[in-house]
Design a protein around this ligand. Structure first.
Ligand code: ATP
Ligand code: MG
Length: 225
């Protein structure tokens, strides 16, 4: 079936479109082949990422973690069709907007956002879901943003694991993304982590401890390559 679509983003791995599909407003994520990979390996990786994405989006929903509904997974076209979260913006754009309006990073609205992020990640990790690509672009807020829950997206690199190490790496990826994308966010990030620790599941304290080691490794890697 031919569906009219409007390009939203073009990434290294694929394209994201908005479309109308069987009366639903949807997002179509299309992954295209990587020329530098062997075609068989490429097909395998693409398939695994699509499966990981659909699986994690669905698992999150069963645990009350907000994610878009999965409508269709098409391995022939390398496409996954998701519910379009209408009237949403990414947390990244929400923070940019706040900065434009001179909102301080430690203001009540920002700390409320950090609070929501810490809680949702604690819940996700309590169910052993590792996101794999935590950034502020992969979290959405629905209007009115101030009172919105966090909606998590982009689970193509996700996995299921109970180890503190994997959870700590997940948080480290977020920390690097937040601090490098948004200036003066140290307090904001610290708040996310302290909420995560208090709200956390079984090994949350161990995860936060492990995060120190992951940071150290990250720094060494930066210094020595
Ligand atoms: N279900 C959705 N509802 C509304 N907007 C969405 C939805 N899914 C994605 N978007 C928008 O499209 C952008 C890109 O989507 P997404 O993060 O899933 O793809 P990507 O980063 O290109 O993925 P990948 O890293 O898997 O290649 C998001 O940052 C968001 O702005
Ligand atoms: Mg993304």
């Amino acid at each position: 079936m031919k569906v009219e679509r409007q390009l939203l983003t073009q990434g290294a791995e694929g394209r994201v479109y908005k479309a109308d599909w069987l009366g639903h407003s949807v997002i179509i994520k299309h992954r295209f082949p990587k020329q530098y990979r062997h075609p068989d390996l490429d097909a395998h990786i693409t398939r695994e990422r699509m499966k990981a994405e659909a699986r994690a989006l669905t698992r999150c929903r069963t645990f009350g973690i907000k994610t878009p509904a999965v409508f269709d997974v098409n391995f022939d076209k390398n496409e996954i069709i998701l519910e379009n979260i209408n009237n949403s913006i990414t947390v990244r754009n929400y923070i940019y907007e706040a900065v434009t309006q001179n909102t301080a990073m430690d203001s009540p609205s920002m700390l409320n956002l950090a609070n929501n992020i810490g809680n949702i990640l604690a819940k996700m990790h309590a169910h052993n879901i590792i996101h794999g690509d935590l950034t502020t672009s992969n979290m959405l807020l629905i209007s009115p943003y101030e009172t919105s829950d966090i909606i998590l997206i982009d689970f193509g690199l996700s996995s299921t694991d109970e180890r503190a190490e994997d959870k700590a790496v997940d948080l480290y990826v977020l920390e690097r993304a937040v601090l490098s994308t948004h200036p003066n966010t140290e307090t904001f990030m610290t708040h996310i982590l302290s909420v995560y620790k208090t709200a956390g599941g079984k090994n949350a304290e161990e995860v936060i401890k492990r995060l120190d080691e992951v940071r150290l490794r990250g720094r060494k890697k930066l210094c020595f390559g």
